[in-house]
Design a protein around this ligand. Structure first.
Ligand code: GRG
Length: 287
């Protein structure tokens, strides 16, 4: 990573963290729930999805002669909502009924610290607050009239709901859950890609598309950004599968080697490690 990219990413991550502080603040009642939400949300995630939303908004703003400041004002609520939804998915994914993991983002998982019942509620609360935030913010943005802003907000809500819902992330998780449990036929290459496209790829695509739509992208620009984000999402998942084989838990911040132990369908299992690295590189090239 070049020094310049590092600085660029760091500035946006810090802006996202500051915005998230306002969305899920300390000292809100009942503290029992809000503190547990903050435990998972501020555990050191990379903020990939929010940064992608901001990046797409900035790219569209540059294309349309707008400023990065206006792009951030428009896209930051979507960026925050995406991180809340992503964090909810991790909290629920770690539950004993799902992946049953004890380590996430380098810390004991939410259910280990707060118990299963509260961890379920933390996920529910993060998901619900995400959509409340999307409905409210941004209230006004200079240079965009109120009717146009409302139209863009509804489009972003729709995009994010579709990506997180039954045909997106939840659907992908259901397919994964069934395959990992040894029920149904093993996933072939096509079904593996479909499962990941829903479980992980959909939210990554929605991040780029929501950022772009909030910044006023037309259908042509959205189409180009969608193609880019689909390839990035796929590469992300393939690399995640490779790291599960090669990485150490301490570096990953989660338990390594779980996929193979659980007999999960993965890219290394289907294509081998070298084949998986090649596939990831091809996705990056295409993106
Ligand atoms: C429970 C409905 C429901 C869905 C769960 C995304 C997901 C679906 C489960 C996570 C399982 C997993 C580890 C998938 C691999 C890709 C992935 C989402 C990794 C974690 O995302 P990062 O690397 O995490 O962006 P940080 O912690 O940096 O935010």
């Amino acid at each position: 990573m070049t020094q310049l990219l590092h600085v660029w990413l760091d500035a946006r991550r810090r802006a996202v963290d500051a915005a998230l502080e306002a969305v899920v603040p300390a000292h809100r009642e009942p503290a029992l729930v809000w503190e547990a939400m903050r435990y998972s949300l501020f555990a050191g995630g990379k903020r990939l999805r929010p940064v992608l939303a901001l990046a797409a908004a900035e790219a569209v703003a540059a294309h349309r002669g707008g400023t990065a400041e206006q792009a951030h004002a428009l896209a930051m609520p979507s960026a925050c909502a995406l991180e809340l939804i992503h964090t909810y998915s991790l909290v629920h994914d770690d539950l004993p009924a799902m992946d049953d993991d004890v380590l996430r983002r380098g810390r004991p998982t939410a259910h280990v610290v707060y118990g299963e019942g509260l961890a379920i509620l933390v996920g529910d609360a993060l998901l619900t607050e995400a959509f409340a935030h999307l409905a409210i913010e941004p209230r006004t943005v200079e240079g965009v009239d109120d009717a146009e802003l409302a139209r863009r907000k509804i489009a972003a809500i729709r995009l994010i709901a579709d990506a997180a819902g039954a045909s997106g992330m939840v659907g992908g998780q259901a397919i994964d859950l069934r395959a990992a449990g040894g029920h149904g036929a093993p996933l072939d290459a096509h079904s593996l890609r479909d499962m990941h496209g829903r479980k992980t790829g959909a939210l990554i695509r929605a991040a780029a598309l929501a950022g772009a739509s909030m910044a006023g992208a037309d259908a042509t620009l959205c189409g180009a950004i969608d193609k880019y984000a689909s390839q990035v999402g796929l590469a992300f998942q393939i690399v995640d599968d490779i790291l599960d084989v090669e990485g150490a838990s301490a570096d990953l911040g989660k338990t390594a080697g779980k996929d193979a132990a659980a007999g999960k369908p993965t890219y290394p299992a289907l294509y081998g490690l070298d084949g998986s690295r090649r596939l990831a590189a091809e996705c990056i090239d295409r993106s």
